[in-house]
Design a protein around this ligand. Structure first.
Ligand code: ZN
Length: 243
């Protein structure tokens, strides 16, 4: 990054000097602009949070009573002379690229993003910029992904096989984003039970009108042999269920 550029990397993360705000800061700060609600992008304890309007419900779920201001997609707001706007990144519901304009120069910070269609959120919006700060861990050439339609078909076949053999079918997924994308994409082939952490997020998505497969909290149906969704961090418990 240019040395005289008006955004710089600091010990607290990306900092916009003229606007006096951080983007997805790594520690509590006065003013934080947030791309999306995944825990590695949100730090508790900031004095105020500024994000896309579509992200408010999820951010509130993570931050409780914190001061959160939202802006509709594409609406521009002046923050200390820096023009700020949020644009869909397609990553999870409410996930935004942040567009900053200052003295005729435009910088876009993508946050996490994906270009595949996803019924749970608004599609990725291509933006023009002089400077692009991108985040693409899984964009490395070593990662090769199948088309989503093929993945869904594969899951459906696997689940049908499990059911025919009288086995539990367990999917490990991120509790925010991936679980809901699957529940919005899979065909209705059987009962679905989810961990409580996923259930809580499901309710938020449904409150915003996202249509998911019918689901029930796993805690109520622990001994049923059906299809389960569990968060990645629950591997140990989930394996016990499978046995
Ligand atoms: Zn993310």
């Amino acid at each position: 990054m240019r040395k005289d550029f008006w955004i710089r990397l600091t010990a607290g993360g990306l900092y916009c000097e003229p606007g006096d705000f951080f983007i997805d800061p790594w520690c509590p700060v006065e003013r934080a602009l947030i791309t999306h609600a995944h825990s590695d992008h949100v730090r508790k304890g900031c004095k105020s949070y500024f994000t896309a309007e579509q992200n408010i419900l999820l951010l509130r779920h993570r931050l409780g009573s914190a001061s959160i201001e939202g802006l509709p997609w594409g609406v521009r707001k002046n923050v200390n002379g820096v023009e700020v706007s949020f644009h869909p990144s397609g990553h999870i519901r409410g996930a935004a690229q942040i567009r900053l304009a200052y003295r005729g120069e435009v910088c876009v910070i993508t946050g996490d993003y994906k270009r595949h269609p996803d019924p749970t959120t608004t599609c990725f919006e291509p933006l023009r910029a002089h400077v692009l700060i991108s985040e693409s861990t899984f964009g490395l050439p070593m990662y090769r992904w199948s088309e989503p339609v093929h993945v869904i078909e594969e899951i459906g076949r696997w689940w049908a096989t499990c059911r025919a053999e009288g086995k539990n079918a367990i999917l490990f997924v991120y509790s925010l984003g991936k679980a809901q994308r699957l529940l919005a994409t899979l065909p209705p082939i059987g009962p679905v039970y989810v961990y409580d952490s996923i259930a809580a997020v499901n309710q938020l998505y449904e409150r915003e009108g996202v249509s998911l497969l019918p689901w029930q909290p796993l805690s109520k149906w622990w001994n049923k042999k059906e299809r389960y969704f569990t968060p990645c961090s629950s591997c140990c418990s989930a394996v016990q269920v499978a046995i």
